[in-house]
Design a protein around this ligand. Structure first.
Ligand SMILES: Cc1cc2nc3c(=O)[nH]c(=O)nc-3n(C[C@H](O)[C@H](O)[C@H](O)COP(=O)(O)OP(=O)(O)OC[C@H]3O[C@@H](n4cnc5c(N)ncnc54)[C@H](O)[C@@H]3O)c2cc1C
Length: 485
């Protein structure tokens, strides 16, 4: 169970959201001696195997569901995890670090605490990398097991060979911080066994005596002036006030800005009119940054590999290689119908997923009612051109000689525009004078007291790879920064 936590101080920290960031933060703050109360709207669950995202579909008890709009006039519906573990309990279990270039760009806006070098100790602390335990950039005793799969799989090998033949760098360790290219994707899973954050950090949470309250939905942050004094919650239909010396929002990139807007923090016109207006920070709910995605469908000759993984390999192509902006190509090794439904016997087409890794467009999150998540995708010509080029490249890979023995059919047209569900930036960090910044480099909300954000809302923009690991890192990193205050 690990060693006992440090003695509990009198400071009571209330964290909203036991997801990708909230759980690591709670575990580390508890170990540092704070009295931590961790509020989570969802309740306990038994997560699905790591090869399916069935639990992450809209309109389930395990998810928050939102009306969304990808581009003006193109409605969509999205979901996020609503249970201990948050979206890490329902996602694709791809666990890629942001690239050092992402950190450099974040640090330029958010400050030096977000450089790659400054974040490396936290990156190492959160993981135990089963494939590269001795590499200096990796951890070998952290809570999240990280493993790559598919090295011996003929389909994965053919994809890697085809992409290298197309000119890509072979990236042996995608979490190693080297030049971007093609390689096996790190996963927070061991085969089909998913390690969501609630599972990975359970021993640390217990050792740190964190008070976890599943089924507690935060309604509003309560203020005295601009000082946060606690959170109004609903538990089983009963309203309750949870007092706090400090409130930390880890409700995710959609719910954190919405909670702020419901509490009177943000543009007055965007805030809940029923709440007293506390503070005008126009960045709350804006600057939504996410990856537009398009699937290129194809059919496999023979039986899909049974690796316990939905996705095994990715090509992260930097700007200027495949397209004018960075793009990612992610190889699914199971039929889409199986991944989405959890029915391992489902057959049909597989998808090679193409995403715009370095989007310029920004969207917004609002209180609703309609299109509460507006992605605003592809508002720049260069983005449309990049996505088209990436789709052409994906089509070329599937039709390459390296993959010819395995590919029975490639769809003549790509699928419709979608989203990778990697939302970030909706309450981003930056200097107090920056009109669109909401929080400083430690996540403290500007012009308030005792109120902090610690989740992917803080990131100036989406990383060029997935967001799950970045969200866990934020919990770990903010705990370090709080300890240093
Ligand atoms: C279906 C799906 C597949 C994905 N696949 C991948 C992938 O393979 N790789 C990858 O890198 N990324 C993936 N992502 C994205 C990644 O999982 C998320 O970016 C990351 O987990 C953060 O998610 P989140 O914003 O939902 O916040 P999380 O931190 O995961 O969740 C926030 C938590 O706060 C709780 N909460 C919210 N509001 C309140 C409230 N008012 N009161 C109390 N609790 C509250 C929620 O219930 C939830 O538990 C995927 C996402 C989804 C939805």
């Amino acid at each position: 169970m690990g060693r006992r936590a440090a003695p509990v101080t009198s400071r009571r920290v209330v964290i909203v959201g036991a997801g990708a960031s909230g759980i690591p933060l709670a575990a580390r703050l508890g170990a540092q001696g704070d009295h931590v109360v961790l509020l989570e709207a969802g309740t306990a669950h038994m997560p699905d195997a790591a090869w399916t995202v069935r639990g992450g579909m809209p309109d389930l008890p395990s998810t928050w569901t939102y009306d969304a709009e990808l581009v003006p006039g193109r409605p969509w519906r999205i979901a996020r995890g609503r249970m201990p573990g948050g979206s890490t309990a329902v996602n694709g279990a791809v666990f890629q670090r942001p690239h050092p270039d992402d950190f450099a760009s974040w640090a330029a806006t958010a400050g030096a605490p977000w450089s790659y070098e400054a974040c490396l100790p936290a990156l190492r602390r959160l993981e135990s990398d089963r494939d590269f335990p001795d590499a200096p950039v990796h951890g070998r005793s952290g809570p999240v097991p990280v493993q790559r799969t598919g090295a011996d799989d003929p389909l994965t090998r053919a994809f890697l060979a085809a992409v290298v033949a197309a000119g890509a760098v072979r990236e042996a360790d995608k979490n190693g911080g080297g030049p971007s290219g093609v390689g096996l994707v790190p996963r927070n899973a061991v085969g089909a066994d998913r390690w969501s954050v609630d599972r990975a950090y359970a021993p640390l949470l217990a050792a740190a005596s964190v008070e976890v309250r599943p089924g507690a939905t935060a309604q509003r942050i309560r203020f005295q002036g601009r000082r946060a004094v606690g959170v109004d919650v609903v538990v089983d239909g009963i309203h309750e006030f949870v007092a706090a010396d400090e409130v930390v929002l880890c409700a995710g990139a959609i719910e954190t800005p919405r909670l702020l807007l419901r509490s009177g923090v943000g543009d007055a016109a965007a805030c809940d009119p029923a709440a007293a207006h506390v503070l005008a920070r126009r960045g709350v709910g804006r600057n939504l940054s996410d990856h537009a995605a398009i699937d290129v469908s194809w059919r496999l000759r023979g039986t899909p590999p049974a690796l316990g993984a939905a996705w095994t390999a990715a090509w992260n192509a930097p700007a200027g290689t495949v397209a004018g902006l960075g793009v990612e190509m992610l190889l699914a090794v199971l039929p889409t119908a199986a991944i989405l439904t959890g029915d391992a016997t489902a057959t049909g087409a597989l998808d090679l997923r193409v995403t715009l890794a370095e989007p310029l467009s920004r969207g917004a999150v609002t209180l609703g009612p309609a299109s509460m998540v507006r992605y605003g995708y592809l508002s720049h010509d260069i983005e449309r051109a990049a996505l088209r080029a990436a789709v052409r490249a994906a089509d070329g890979i599937l039709r390459s000689s390296e993959m010819a023995d395995l590919v029975a059919w490639v769809a003549p047209e790509p699928g419709p525009l979608g989203t990778a569900l990697h939302s970030c930036g909706t309450a981003r960090m930056g200097a107090a004078e920056d009109p669109d910044a909401v929080a400083d480099a430690h996540g403290r909300v500007h012009d308030t007291e005792n109120l902090r954000i610690a989740d992917a809302s803080l990131l100036p923009h989406v990383p060029s790879r997935g967001t799950a690991l970045a969200a866990v890192l934020i919990g770990e990193r903010i705990a370090e920064l709080m300890a240093a205050e």
